[in-house]
Design a protein around this ligand. Structure first.
Ligand SMILES: CC(=O)SCCNC(=O)CCNC(=O)[C@H](O)C(C)(C)COP(=O)(O)OP(=O)(O)OC[C@H]1O[C@@H](n2cnc3c(N)ncnc32)[C@H](O)[C@@H]1OP(=O)(O)O
Ligand SMILES: CC(C)C(=O)C(=O)O
Length: 498
């Protein structure tokens, strides 16, 4: 059998049926162009009869896209097909995709048509669409809850009427991989002509099996997949294009097929869709999630640094990412920490690395995410201070909107404990005054500033203090997630310099 797999992307049609994923004309065109760069064989641009806006978007996409087929969806209704034709007639490679439901429940309750009427309608409309464009696809909606005898019958009729692609959608995501394989094989056996056209599948993800069912269909002879970027689509979505593309690439030993997908465009396409719709994928989403190529735990990071294949079956470059992310956090070890230090340009002795590592672990216990700037601060500020004469032992600040602020600071001054208590404008002011009470020195606070230097509400506060003592000026700095602590230590840093 043919080894070529046709990727039919329906992000702009079924994907757009996801609540919150509507796109305007400009956005649809932007995405269509990116899908073309990604190598989608077919781009289903929309449902022309749905609205004037959708019609116009499809028309514009049809005029711009040259390398992919531009498909448009239509019910087996003449006016839908006319509208669909008007929308894609200028495309270099147009396709009309028409569908009608074939399961008993859909025919009886939704269409209110007999099976005979459904077959007749499908046959007539496929014939009509085939008189307009060279490529017509027919879908049997809710195929997987339809009788295989009935499917074989309707497929044979529409193939004779001109359908070139027959789609077997798992409309409600009811299939399991083994069952879907058997189902397709059974329809193929019962149909006279199905093997003369391209078999397609369109799997929904209601049971989380969209991709698995698509792969089973591939084994059963399907050669076109209908899928969407990030797996968006009606209800739980459709089979995710990026997952299918990377499965075919990574497990070529199991699925020896060819496709046109340029996998290096995957990350870009996924990001573009998210930024257009505002619907972002969960961090652990396969292939395109923020954590798909990120490692936090020490044992994994050590393995990755020794040989990336220890924990990665695909390279980040293969989906268009620059590199694997080594996320430093409380599960990280010295190997990754040392590597990060080097990449930030620091050349430290082993004892300094160990000392900084301890500080980093302390910080990681307090902060969810450790940014490069956090590490830089630890490296520039956090690895000295042991020989200081003035050290903070403890501080307590009482503050609120209905009480006056009170700070108590306990210092270790040359091995002796000295406590100061003060009440002033706010927590930082009170703490500084409390320190001043501990010191028998004529110091003037000339300047003070506090900056958030990392991200998030748990960001590190960077305090800078400028003191005058005699004729000289002394600068002190410190950093902490607690801004009062950072301020006290910055003050003491300057005092120690005195
Ligand atoms: C499984 C899928 O994803 S199928 C695609 C689903 N996508 C969409 O529905 C998005 C676009 N749809 C729309 O904008 C609207 O539904 C329209 C414009 C197509 C039709 O709107 P309305 O005329 O107001 O009809 P409404 O949507 O309420 O009902 C659907 C009608 O189409 C009929 N119908 C449904 N599917 C088909 C079909 N494949 N072929 C023929 N008729 C169909 C229904 O029986 C119903 O007919 P009725 O109005 O005579 O009762
Ligand atoms: C129109 C068809 C292909 C569809 O979207 C479905 O059955 O889910």
């Amino acid at each position: 059998m043919d080894k070529k797999i046709y990727f039919f992307d329906t992000t702009l049609r079924d994907g757009e049926q996801s609540p919150g994923c509507s796109m305007n004309k400009r956005e649809k065109l932007l995405l269509a162009k990116q899908l073309e760069r990604l190598g989608a064989d077919v781009i289903e641009a929309g449902f022309a009869a749905a609205s004037e806006g959708d019609f116009e978007s499809i028309r514009e996409i049809a005029g711009e896209i040259k390398n992919s087929t531009v498909a448009v969806l239509a019910r087996t209704v003449k006016s839908d097909i006319d509208k669909a034709y008007e929308a894609v007639k200028d495309a270099k490679k147009p396709r009309i995709h028409t569908f009608i439901a074939t399961s008993d429940i859909h025919m009886k309750y939704k269409l209110k048509m007999t099976p005979e009427e459904v077959v007749k309608r499908a046959e007539e409309m496929v014939k009509y669409a085939s008189s307009l464009v060279p490529e017509v696809e027919f879908s049997a909606e809710d195929a997987t809850r339809s009788s295989t005898d009935f499917l074989a019958e309707i497929f044979d009729k529409v193939i004779l009427a001109g359908a070139k692609i027959i789609n077997i959608p798992d409309t409600v995501g009811y299939m399991t991989p083994d069952k879907f394989y058997e189902f397709i094989m059974e329809v193929r056996e019962k149909s006279k002509y199905l093997d003369t056209v391209t078999i397609s599948v369109h799997c929904h993800n209601d049971l989380g099996l969209g991709v698995a069912n698509t792969l089973a269909a591939l084994k059963a002879g399907a050669r076109q997949f209908e899928c969407t970027i990030n797996g968006i689509g009606e209800r739980a979505g459709n089979a995710a294009l990026e997952e299918l593309a990377m499965i075919l690439k990574t497990r070529k030993d199991v699925y020896d097929f060819e496709s046109n997908i340029v996998t290096e465009e995957i990350s870009k396409t996924s990001n573009l869709l998210s930024s257009i719709t505002g619907v972002y994928v969960q961090p652990n989403k396969a292939i395109v999630g923020a954590n798909a190529f990120a490692h936090e735990s020490g044992i994994h990071q050590h393995g990755m640094l020794s040989n990336p294949e220890t924990y990665e079956i695909m390279t980040p470059e293969s989906i268009g990412l620059k590199e694997t992310k080594m996320v430093l956090g409380k599960h990280s070890g010295r190997h990754a920490f040392r590597d990060k230090i080097k990449s930030l340009g620091f050349d430290l002795k082993e004892e300094e690395v160990n000392e900084a590592f301890e500080k980093f672990k302390e910080l990681a216990d307090q902060k969810k995410t450790i940014y490069d700037s956090d590490i830089e601060v630890i490296l520039t500020r956090g690895i000295n201070g042991e020989d200081d004469k003035y050290k903070l032992k403890r501080f307590v600040v009482n503050s609120g909107n209905t009480i006056s602020t009170m700070a108590s600071v306990l210092l270790d001054i040359d091995g002796k404990e000295v406590e100061g208590i003060a009440s002033a404008g706010g927590p930082i002011d009170s703490a500084i005054r409390a320190i001043e009470k501990c010191l028998d020195m004529d110091i003037t606070l000339e300047d003070y500033s506090l900056q958030s230097i990392t991200e998030g509400t748990d960001a590190l506060g960077y305090a800078t203090v400028k003191l005058r003592y005699g004729d000289n000026h002394y600068l002190g700095r410190d950093v902490s997630v607690d801004v009062v602590e950072a301020s006290i230590n910055a003050y003491l840093d300057a005092v120690n310099k005195i």
